[in-house]
Ligand binder design. Structure first.
Ligand code: ATP
Length: 239
């Protein structure tokens, strides 16, 4: 290989920044999109993968639209942004979205898929969901597998988010000389990863509220993207 060829080969791969944003997305709404856009502005992602969560058999009773509907709405919302990718990572082999999936395995899957030199994986999550993380499978491992971007939601203080992280996971670089806490945009520095805070991006909208409105026949205009609104009406979802 000539030097010029070697340079070209090296230039082909620039380290990629990949964000994963999982959720029920029942439906995906403007709150989710606002968080993703704000994260994108700050971290400059090459791709943000929106991952509708599977609905495992033992949760079938939980009221959740079938996976194909949630994936379709996610795809429609993603069409508006060149970096937004609708993901089938939790669809399962039969694409039914009824197999059990854990975030730790999903992150491992993406780390395997994006394993170029310098590639980094970020996990976007709302503050309410982050507070629940200690009950997730292998959550200590998960916290060490990728960076986290926690979107703050009203009423949740950064200190509460920090308390969720076991002290022994906090890296030395996470402590300032005087032992003071982090700068406000970082919740904690772990050994190899960071938990970042995304402040004031939260739009006051929830999927629960949208389902309730649709159920009552009220307008959901402005709460979800236009194509998603159209889809919900055409399919008669949440009636
Ligand atoms: P539901 O009302 O059904 O509980 P949701 O609106 O919270 O749903 P999910 O699909 O469960 O939506 O959320 C996926 C992720 O997005 C979670 O991490 C959640 O915390 C976050 N999230 C949802 N809505 C907002 C919002 N308005 N602002 C910031 N984060 C949000």
């Amino acid at each position: 290989m000539t030097t010029a060829q070697a340079h070209r080969t090296a230039a082909k791969h620039h380290p990629r920044r990949i964000a994963l944003f999982g959720g029920s997305f029942d439906p995906i709404h403007n709150g989710h999109l606002a968080v993703a856009r704000a994260a994108d502005r700050r971290f400059n992602f090459d791709e943000i993968h929106f991952i509708p969560a599977s609905r495992p058999p033992h949760k079938l009773k939980q009221h959740l639209a079938p996976f194909p509907h949630r994936f379709a709405m996610t795809s429609l919302a993603c069409a508006e942004h060149p970096h937004f990718v609708p993901s089938l990572a939790e669809a399962g082999e039969d694409f039914s979205g009824t197999q059990l999936h854990y975030s730790v395995d999903t992150v491992r899957y993406f780390r395997h898929a994006y394993n170029g030199h310098g590639d980094r994986i970020f996990f976007i999550i709302g503050a309410d969901a982050f507070l629940d993380i200690p009950v997730w499978k292998e959550y200590e491992t998960l916290l060490g597998l990728c960076d986290f971007i926690v979107a703050n939601r009203p009423g949740i203080r950064a200190e509460a988010l920090r308390l969720v992280i076991p002290p022994h996971l906090i890296g030395r670089r996470g402590l300032k000389k005087n032992g003071e806490a982090q700068p406000s945009q970082v919740v904690a520095e772990l050994q190899n990863t960071s938990v970042h805070l995304l402040e004031s991006v939260s739009v006051d909208v929830s999927a629960t509220d949208i389902r309730r409105r649709a159920n009552r026949g009220q307008s959901i205009h402005g709460l979800v993207s236009v194509r998603v609104e159209e889809y919900i009406l055409k399919q008669g979802l949440y009636r």
